[in-house]
Design a protein. Structure first.
Length: 490
């Protein structure tokens, strides 16, 4: 089975920070895959830029290594042809030195689609935008892509967004969250709104609670410096997890139009019940991993990796969130994320309420409530837990079994990486999977009081051993409500 490729117009893509890890692991492989699938038109050009002095040949050799490392089964002749589309221009992004060369190249196609991808730290977002504006590089067909983090709190996010908005209109700004580009995340929309089965039950009358887990087995690694200024709450919850929560909880949009979808997501963010100093101790758990075992080997603790014995930065967060509206009143959303957990997994679990009355005898066995599991990574897929009769002639015996659909097995096609889809959406000008400014503001408005409550507390993050599922207090957070963390796929 071959996935359908939707053509895009010719484009010029400029990647700032093109010698960094994001370009190496994600952007260059994603662009090659799109080229390999025939979605990069012949006249399209890719300009890669960083401070380092490379010739075109030297950078193409670096790009070749990246693609050969991260792309399976590439064809040499196709890779050669793709690399010919890449041109390298050394630019000092702080001073703007070298932008004249970029301007000269881009002006060869003044009316075409032009996208700037800022694969750099957020401290450079403002200077880059100002340089692009002052050098007249922004046209009506220009888009700009901003990687997270969008600020470190609501105030800094406003400053950053104000700076970008002085050069670009909101419809030109693409704030990327790669989780929204995952196949299963978009299938959540299809499950809810393309089937008559789920939406009538998607409310407090039928759903007991929702769990969202984004767990990583790795530690902070080379990101220790950045991570210690952010922590799990700002690095993962403020963007990835809240965006997943929005897609689970939002009302049906009028259409798949970008603003229709984002209007509904915004309503969810604004309806989140506040977590403040008054209730943070009851509704939140933060942890920090200590030395343990992961992937079969001994690993150091966070403080050892960081080289700072005084850091109070959390590497784990568990939250109990509630949405104060009619659809979700009384339904808790349990959110958790962390580094050095038992395994790498991201999933959404929708736990339905038990049946109101059983017609079966005790000999039939207990009846477990239905559960919908949406696996984002690894092995993307959807699983539904239902009750059936156990086969055999010995009377009625009930058991719970999964209806399991693995995307890889069901469709027999390569599952595109999120960045492949999102880059092409930038070229199309489709903002549906990107965050609007008011979404960013609303997310920070909910996160900032939690951060402030932790800062006011003298308690340090709770310790947990690397290779476990976090502090025991995160288990208590759920069990106080007579529930447990789902471990079907864990």
């Amino acid at each position: 089975m071959v996935s359908r490729v939707i053509e895009v117009d010719e484009f010029d893509l400029v990647v700032f920070g093109a010698s960094g890890d994001l370009a190496h692991r994600k952007l260059l492989p994603a662009l090659y895959h799109r080229y390999d699938d025939g979605q990069v038109p012949d006249g399209s050009r890719i300009f890669c830029s960083a401070r380092r002095s490379y010739s075109d040949a030297e950078y193409r050799a670096w790009a070749r290594e990246a693609i050969e490392e991260h792309v399976k089964n590439h064809e040499t002749h196709k890779l050669d042809a793709f690399l010919e589309k890449i041109h390298y221009i050394a630019i000092d992004l702080a001073s703007g030195e070298g932008l004249a060369d970029l301007k000269s190249a881009l002006e060869e196609r003044p009316h075409g689609i032009r996208a700037f991808y800022l694969a750099v730290g957020p401290d450079l977002f403002g200077p880059i935008c100002e340089h692009l504006g002052s050098n007249s590089l922004v046209t009506p067909q220009t888009r700009i892509v901003l990687e997270k983090p969008i600020g470190k709190d609501g105030t800094s996010a406003k400053v950053l967004n104000d700076t970008v908005a002085r050069v670009f209109d909101e419809h030109q700004i693409f704030r990327i969250d790669h989780y929204l580009g995952k196949e299963t995340v978009q299938n959540l929309m299809a499950l809810r709104f393309a089937n008559a089965l789920f939406e009538p039950l998607w409310n407090a009358a039928h759903i007991d609670h929702v769990q969202i887990t984004v767990a990583e087995a790795l530690g902070v690694g080379g990101r220790a410096g950045y991570y210690d200024t952010a922590g799990a709450l700002r690095d993962m919850v403020q963007n990835h997890i809240l965006q997943l929560l929005c897609l689970v909880a939002m009302e049906p949009p009028e259409s798949m139009d970008a603003d229709s979808v984002r209007d509904e997501k915004l309503k969810v963010l604004k309806a989140l019940a506040p977590i403040t100093e008054a209730n943070a101790e009851k509704l939140t758990v933060r942890g920090q991993y200590t030395a343990g075992a992961s992937a079969g080997g001994a690993v150091p603790g966070y403080l050892d990796e960081l080289g700072n014995s005084d850091s109070a930065t959390e590497t784990f967060v568990a939250l109990k969130a509630e949405i104060a509206n009619w659809r979700w009143a009384g339904v808790p959303f349990y959110l958790r994320t962390g580094k050095r957990l038992a395994q790498r997994v991201s999933e959404i679990v929708v736990q339905f309420r038990p049946i109101p009355h059983s017609i079966f005898s005790q000999e039939a066995g207990s009846i477990s409530a239905n559960r919908l599991i949406i696996r984002l990574q690894p092995d993307e897929g959807v699983q539904m837990k239902i009750m059936i009769k156990d086969p055999g002639p010995g009377g009625m015996r009930l058991r719970q079994v999964p209806l399991d659909m693995s995307f890889a097995e069901a469709f027999k096609v390569r599952n595109p990486d999120a960045y492949e889809r999102l880059i092409m959406d930038v070229i199309r000008g489709n903002q549906t999977l990107f965050m609007r400014r008011d979404e960013v503001d609303a997310a920070w408005a909910w996160i900032d009081p939690i951060q402030a409550a932790w800062a006011a507390s003298r308690d340090k993050p709770r310790s947990y051993t690397a290779g476990t599922w976090g502090p025991s207090a995160s288990i208590a957070l759920v069990e106080r409500d007579h529930r447990t963390w789902a471990e079907d796929g864990l």
